[in-house]
Design a protein around this ligand. Structure first.
Ligand SMILES: [Zn+2]
Length: 46
């Protein structure tokens, strides 16, 4: 079985979303801000 990780990152500045299916190092950066993980079912404010 594979253990692929599906995560969606989003940019709080421009709203860009990136689907990231690899589990590895590195952080995604957009608009000079670290992209946040968009959790499934999480659609509210902190
Ligand atoms: Zn951005």
């Amino acid at each position: 079985m594979s253990s692929r990780v599906d995560r969606i990152y989003f940019c709080r500045i421009c709203g860009n979303e990136v689907k990231f299916t690899k589990d590895g190092g590195g952080k995604l950066v957009c608009c000079d801000e670290e992209m946040r993980i968009k959790k499934e079912g999480f659609d509210g404010e902190e």
